[in-house]
Write a protein that binds this ligand. Structure first.
Ligand code: ADP
Ligand code: MG
Length: 237
């Protein structure tokens, strides 16, 4: 009868008092984010919704360390990345965070396989060609390993981007409107792929979308306007 309580997965992302503003050309500051607290657990899948211009991309940039907040802590896998130097943040991101961009950001001069291998080479581990091929196989591109982005369909390019984001076994995968540039027919495929591969590897997934159809597949839906306590002087349009 003495069943141990089910263990709660560890926290993989914690934001504390994160504020971000942009400096405008007239010297004033545009406050964009003020997020008192936000957490995600290992392997958790969260969808983030919000109007255009509400700060979703800014938030993902801060979580990934591409941008620094004005204040607050961004703790990823136990490390407050706001305390790291820029090169250390870049290395940390390469090793523990995957990022899928709306416009894929694949390197045009490299094949699908090389794009994934290159992502591996940014981390500290040695590039693992077997894993790169395995990831591309999982996204259904084992017959397209030697194609450059220009010789891939848009949906295929985004599938390469998904494989690349998982290259280094990240703890957290950030996806910023990953289906916005993909035709409707392939949107579900990309989302399913992200969700399945993240689940297989216990990667936490934070996915930004505009689409209610995408959002409703997720158990946890967050509205940025509810998380965000920022006071904007001029009401956003
Ligand atoms: P979302 O991704 O939700 O559409 P963003 O995070 O891209 O929103 O932008 C949030 C707000 O910050 C917008 O009002 C945008 O105009 C402004 N913004 C974004 N980047 C900059 C910048 N580099 N300088 C000034 N303002 C910016
Ligand atoms: Mg955006």
């Amino acid at each position: 009868m003495n069943q141990p309580a089910p263990e709660k997965p560890p926290v993989v992302l914690e934001l504390q008092g994160v504020r971000k503003s942009y400096l405008l050309p007239d010297g004033s500051r545009l406050p964009v984010l003020n997020i008192p607290h936000f957490t995600m657990l290992q392997g958790e899948q969260v969808v983030l919704m919000g109007r255009s211009g509400s700060g979703k991309s800014t938030l993902l940039h801060i979580i990934s360390g591409i941008a620094r907040p004005d204040a607050g802590k961004v703790i990823v896998d136990g490390v407050d990345i706001t305390q790291l130097s820029e090169p250390a943040r870049d290395l940390f991101r390469a090793e523990r965070i995957g990022y899928v961009f709306q416009t894929f950001n694949l390197l045009a001069g490299f094949t699908a396989l090389e794009n994934v291998l290159l992502a591996m080479s940014f981390g500290r581990r040695r590039a693992d060609e077997k894993r790169a091929v395995d990831l591309l196989t999982r996204v259904g591109l084992n017959h397209r390993l030697d194609h450059r982005p220009s010789a891939l369909s848009v949906g295929e390019q985004q599938r390469v981007a998904v494989a690349r984001a998982l290259a280094n076994r990240p703890k957290l995968l950030l996806a910023d409107e990953p289906t916005a540039s993909v035709d409707v027919g392939h949107q579900k495929q990309i989302i399913d792929l992200l969700r399945t591969t993240c689940e297989q590897e216990q990667v936490a997934l934070l996915l930004v979308t505009h689409s209610p159809e995408v959002a409703e597949q997720f158990e946890r839906i967050e509205e940025l306007e509810e998380l965000n306590q920022v006071e904007t002087s001029s009401a956003a349009s």
